[in-house]
Write a protein that binds this ligand. Structure first.
Ligand SMILES: [Zn+2]
Length: 249
């Protein structure tokens, strides 16, 4: 299958939205940033010229002045709170979690309060009061406490639950990981997942489609996918990338 065939289903879906006079909504979240790196430069480069709004989930315990300085001039970037130190507290037989029920609630909540404060200091303009739990997992009993800490939004992976006590801005297509695989996901599969999400929104546009990336582990396949995705989704009336901040209002 050549590249054009790979991307044809997305093109058709975007055309369908355009013909209907509608615009599908996308947003982009990238996780794990702590400092400027070549990979971060590449991500900024991919998104800057087409002005694709980028929400970077930064790890508060390790993010510092160097990152703040680097992002100061990037108008298209917002920053979200990626837990505290991205440490796993779950035992080996469980899925990794920093914010699971493995520690006293107060400990986790204290870290989240510190994390929000630290990133607010570093990114006074760009900070979104949005929590992105490491590994997209958080204990249900922490969620009602988030608003009291100053968070307005939670962002995990998968269809947003309608009965959540806090606003959800979720991601739905993971460019790097899928069950049992890390990296080198076939572009055909990624396109199919994105098209499926868009088709569901065509029937009921209840949440924007979130694309999730991890710039630090991208290889050639992921960078190629991103470049092509940008090409296929910009300058078309049937689809638009929106800033997370706009989606939270
Ligand atoms: Zn992470």
């Amino acid at each position: 299958m050549n590249d054009d065939q790979t991307w044809a289903p997305l093109r058709q879906e975007i055309d369908r939205w355009q013909v209907a006079g509608r615009t599908a909504r996308l947003w982009l979240r990238d996780d794990d940033v702590v400092e400027p790196t070549d990979a971060l430069e590449r991500l900024l480069g991919v998104t800057r010229a087409p002005a694709i709004p980028l929400a970077l989930a930064a790890v508060p315990a390790f993010a510092g002045e160097a990152l703040a300085d680097r992002l100061k001039t990037e108008q298209h970037v917002l920053v979200a709170v990626h837990g505290w130190s991205h440490q796993n507290h779950a035992p080996p037989e469980e899925k990794k979690q920093e914010l699971g029920g493995h520690r006293p609630r107060e400990t986790a909540l204290g870290e989240l309060r510190d994390g929000l404060a630290a990133l607010r200091r570093l990114f006074p303009e760009a900070l979104l009061p949005m929590l992105v739990p490491p590994w997209n997992r958080i204990s249900a009993d922490l969620i009602p406490e988030l608003a009291g800490l100053g968070f307005t939004t939670l962002s995990t992976f998968g269809k947003a639950k309608t009965d959540s006590s806090i606003r959800l801005l979720n991601t739905h297509v993971d460019v790097v990981n899928t069950r049992g695989q890390r990296g080198n996901r076939p572009h055909q599969d990624l396109v199919a997942e994105l098209v499926k999400e868009l088709q569901a929104r065509f029937a009921s546009d209840d949440e924007p489609v979130g694309i999730l990336t991890h710039h630090l582990v991208h290889g050639a396949s992921e960078w190629d996918f991103m470049a092509r995705l940008v090409e296929e989704t910009t300058g078309k009336p049937g689809i638009a990338w929106l800033p997370a901040r706009e989606l939270l209002t």
